[in-house]
Ligand binder design. Structure first.
Ligand code: 2HA
Ligand code: ZN
Length: 276
């Protein structure tokens, strides 16, 4: 497995975590990513692999992900350091056949293991795979303006989604499914995982108030792009508020025309079109 460090997967994860760090979204050990890697992408690196690994127990059974490979960020590791030292900060894990533990096949060379949010990630991978077989990535970070908005804006999902849709024209096209919002919960718990996974039945992004954002997607770029677009809209919202608030806005009719033009389906019941 030594050559896995040169794989396109490790390179992509190094690059994206570096971009996220430079955006200020991952101070200290903030943020975590897990990426389901298809078997055919791991197979070339398994040649001569002895099966000599560390095994880590999971707090609950994840049979739905049995034997799947995931490339994950490590607990306590800093996004700042991933690019310079991927084999310390990242790990390729494989969920055991009984779903009760995982093996570390590559990485975490200094004794670390997967992110403290792994249980939450696994629950959400299972949920997203149930609605989209091409789902692969879970990404969490502390996007600054998005966190700020959870103090300044009401935490109603519909109201918050619509505010963001109206901050930049293309938001509706990027997240027509809207944004989920859960109550404040202690991070790293099964509770935060379950509450987030309930939202992930119908949307790919969930806000954790006063903490950050949790996103899902089919690949790293798409998931990053989703969070980047939410954060951009939240940044515009910050400036609009600082400049004294909204004097004019994109109407629901205009959002509806946008959805038709881009062939996306806005979350049902969110747009009031033709309502007097
Ligand atoms: O990885 O961001 O939510 C540290 C965190 C926990
Ligand atoms: Zn966090």
């Amino acid at each position: 497995m030594e050559k896995f460090i040169d794989s396109p997967m490790v390179k992509s994860l190094c690059n994206i975590t570096n971009v996220m760090y430079n955006k200020g979204w991952d101070e200290r050990n903030g943020g975590n990513i897990s990426w389901i890697i298809d078997d055919d992408k791991v197979a070339p690196f398994l040649d001569g692999f002895t099966g000599n690994t560390r095994n880590i127990a999971l707090p609950f059974t994840v049979e739905a992900l049995a034997q799947r490979y995931l490339l994950v960020t490590g607990t306590g590791k800093y996004f700042k350091n991933i690019k310079a030292d991927p084999q310390d900060t990242l790990g390729l894990i494989q969920i055991a056949a009984d779903g009760k533990s995982y093996d570390i096949l590559w990485g975490f060379v200094n004794g670390a293991h997967a992110t403290s949010e792994l249980p939450t990630h696994l629950m959400n991978h299972i949920q997203r795979l149930a609605v989209d077989e091409n789902h692969r990535v879970i990404m969490h970070c502390h996007a600054t303006h998005t966190i700020a908005m959870t103090f300044a804006h009401e935490l109603d999902e519909k109201a918050l989604t619509k505010t963001l849709w109206k901050m930049c024209t293309e938001c509706l096209v990027v997240f027509p499914d809207g944004i989920g919002v859960i109550p404040w919960v202690v991070p790293g718990t099964e509770e935060i995982g379950q509450l987030t996974a309930e939202k992930m039945t119908y949307c790919r992004s969930v806000l954790w108030p006063f903490h950050g954002v949790f996103g899902a997607g089919q690949d790293l770029d798409e998931t990053f792009g989703l969070i980047e677009t939410i954060e951009k809209a939240a940044e515009v919202y910050t400036y609009v508020q600082a400049q004294g608030g909204t004097k004019q806005e994109i109407s629901d009719e205009q959002l509806s025309a946008l959805a038709q033009g881009f062939n996306v389906e806005p979350k049902a019941g969110y747009l009031e079109v033709g309502v007097k």
